[in-house]
Design a protein around this ligand. Structure first.
Ligand code: AAL
Length: 416
């Protein structure tokens, strides 16, 4: 009698109240299941899509060598690096970048005290800002200097480097680093300044002033404002920048980087730092673009969150959107809506980047290159969404042990 009653209750309750699932299903749920989940499974549903292939902020990066740039046989006397976003104007693409044309290759930041008026310390010492145009983004024609080093003591007299571009109310603004000593003397210390023009072909007028203030002594961005990258967002100019900190001159080996945000409603400032700075805790250069209602960022090389795409719906509070591989260095993405403030950013599909190790230790220089990707809401390129980037064994073996490491390992056998 009791078993019959029990069976009746079980059948009745299964009809009225279906058994709750508590095991993760085979078919990927679109929404977070409503039962206890591990931390990792919880996180699956905090990304733009639980499957990375469906994630609009995930992509492979494909690379193409550029045509049109001469590097003097790769002897280290000519270097091009840190490109801006390419922009489209007058029926063609324009890009600006740091160019070094020095009699000798750089001697390195640790020898900065030996740098002279003709001997550069780093690859971005003794540089000017040049520009090039292109019909297709693959073949470029170098047009000449956009912003030269000004005469001493004007800000940037030692080197002008690492520009980015802003188009605002029909005028053009270049923001860039302005060195007043060879990079490496105290650190990679420099302020950011600006030049403006009515046409992308110039002529450019320098403001001769610091654009974004350093932090006060003791604050993270007290010595350097690097990689300024402006976007028009919420009716204002949002300029993301990087600072290297926790470093020179007192401690030289505890380098850290983070990114800040400075906002203005005037392209020449005054800029006000966001009170939550830093807004990104990782990334050696700045690569930001409007995406949906917010801002997306690529963080590379430095920090716990390097090799990630990030997204902030408010342009300030970034969260990891996914991990990416073989990321473009110093990427300047072609971003048609960077300055349109559409409130519905469409993402990016290509841009220019640099490789800093084009030469050898005695011919050190950088080259520009093109990257392509699908970080766009309007494109769907499944080949860009595959997971896994496979390098030949040689690429891994190139990351070999040093002689000292090998000796250390062999001196302490790990066998029992
Ligand atoms: C870069 C950038 C800045 C630094 C140096 C030149 O790639 O982060 O520009 O100052 O390295």
């Amino acid at each position: 009698m009791i078993p019959k009653l029990f069976a009746f209750i079980t059948i009745a309750s299964s009809l009225t109240c279906p058994a709750e699932e508590t095991v993760f299903p085979h078919k990927m749920p679109e929404k977070k299941p409503n039962f206890p989940l591990s931390a990792a499974t919880e996180r699956m549903f905090s990304y733009p899509a639980p499957r990375v292939q469906d994630n609009e902020l995930f992509s492979h990066f494909k690379y193409t060598e550029l045509k049109g740039f001469d590097y003097h046989g790769g002897d280290g006397t000519v270097s091009r690096r840190d490109p801006t976003r390419p922009i489209f104007a007058n029926g063609k693409y324009y890009v600006w970048y740091t160019k070094r044309a020095s009699p000798v290759p750089p001697i390195g930041s640790t020898h900065a005290n030996e740098a002279t008026d003709t001997i550069p310390s780093t690859d971005w010492d003794l540089c000017d800002i040049w520009y090039a145009t292109s019909e297709d983004g693959f073949t470029w024609e170098e047009k000449g200097i956009a912003v030269p080093r000004p005469p001493k003591p004007v800000i940037g007299w030692r080197s002008v480097a690492t520009p980015d571009i802003l188009v605002w109310k029909g005028k053009y603004y270049l923001y860039y680093q302005a060195f007043n000593e060879p990079s490496g003397i105290k650190g990679d210390w420099c302020p950011t300044t600006a030049s403006f023009a009515d046409s992308p072909d110039g002529p450019w007028t320098p403001t001769k002033e610091q654009l974004i203030p350093f932090g006060k002594k003791g604050e993270w961005d007290q010595d350097a404002i690097h990689d300024p990258q402006p976007i028009v967002y919420k009716g204002k100019i949002y300029t993301y920048y990087k600072s290297a900190f926790n470093k020179w001159p007192d401690v030289r080996d505890k380098y850290a980087v983070a990114h800040g945000l400075a906002i203005s409603d005037n392209p020449l400032g005054p800029f006000e730092k966001h009170h939550l700075n830093p807004v990104l805790n990782s990334g050696h250069e700045t690569t930001y673009f409007p995406f949906k209602e917010g801002i997306a960022a690529l963080a590379i090389k430095d920090g716990n969150e390097h090799s990630t795409m990030q997204y902030a719906p408010d342009g300030v509070n970034f969260e990891i959107a996914c991990v990416v591989e073989l990321t473009p260095t110093a990427a300047g993405p072609y971003t048609p809506d960077a300055f349109t403030d559409s409130g519905n950013g469409r993402g990016i599909t290509w841009g220019l980047c640099h490789f800093i190790n084009a030469g050898t230790s005695t011919t050190q220089h950088s080259i520009l290159a093109r990257f392509d990707c699908d970080l766009s809401l309007d494109w769907h390129d499944p080949a860009m969404k595959q997971t896994g980037v496979w390098h030949k064994p040689e690429v891994y073996f190139k990351q070999g042990l040093s002689r000292a490491q090998r000796e250390r390992i062999l001196s302490k056998p790990t066998k029992p």
